[in-house]
Design a protein around this ligand. Sequence first.
Ligand code: ADP
Ligand code: ADP
Length: 229
Amino acid sequence: QGAIAFRDVHFSYDPERPILKGISFDVPAGKTVAIVGPSGAGKSTISRLLYRFYDVQKGAITIDGQDIREVTQKSLRAAIGMVPQDTVLFNDTIAYNIRYGRPSATEEEVHAAAEVAQIGSFIESLPHGYETMVGERGLKLSGGEKQRVAIARTILKAPPILILDEATSALDTTTEHEIQAALDVVSKNRTTLVIAHRLSTVINADEIIVLRDGGIAERGTHADLLAQD
Ligand code: ADP
Ligand code: ADP
């Protein structure tokens, strides 16, 4: 479920400077495809197009064969879960922040998602370090802990499609490995688009696509791409 196809997708923010010059690729249902490339190559633009922050200017994006322009914004956004580079949390309890993934979830479901993401012990705490108007003291979560909140939120939402947009790139190496392991669990058997700037962080992807100068410069598994260099 959630098979994604990009077909001859063109996009530019400024007509003078095309960002994507006709790219085509598939993310088969349940598989993980990684987009890598230098800063400014258009990697995040791909995730914004999939979420319809912007529409393609030529070509099409489909999910399970249906053009995303024919899907309601609400159901498109319900189908896609996103873990960004730096998760911004509401100044409310961790539980509130997790529940945001699926407001209809029960208390038990929120707790279960927090346990899987290994933040079960402090979900009634506030995420920021400062005192609130009612005198409650926040925890000041680390970057890794904030990503765990984003992961718990995604577990709760259980979307068919997952976008990981540089989800570990703001973390130190040790934390990066821990969060990567948690993300591997969430993305297993889920259609997943990973945005990354280094090949070394996407070793397990089913396919890696190297974006350069508005087109796909190389593609293959991690082993294929290493063999070519
Ligand atoms: P990447 O994720 O590969 O670093 P982006 O997709 O964020 O690249 O951006 C691709 C290019 O488009 C960059 O040169 C960036 O400066 C430009 N860009 C991104 N967003 C906008 C915008 N809203 N308006 C104009 N230019 C933009
Ligand atoms: P909506 O009113 O859009 O259906 P929900 O809060 O019910 O909003 O669902 C939001 C997202 O969570 C949707 O992607 C939906 O498919 C998913 N979802 C709903 N119920 C469950 C559930 N019991 N387990 C996992 N995901 C669910």
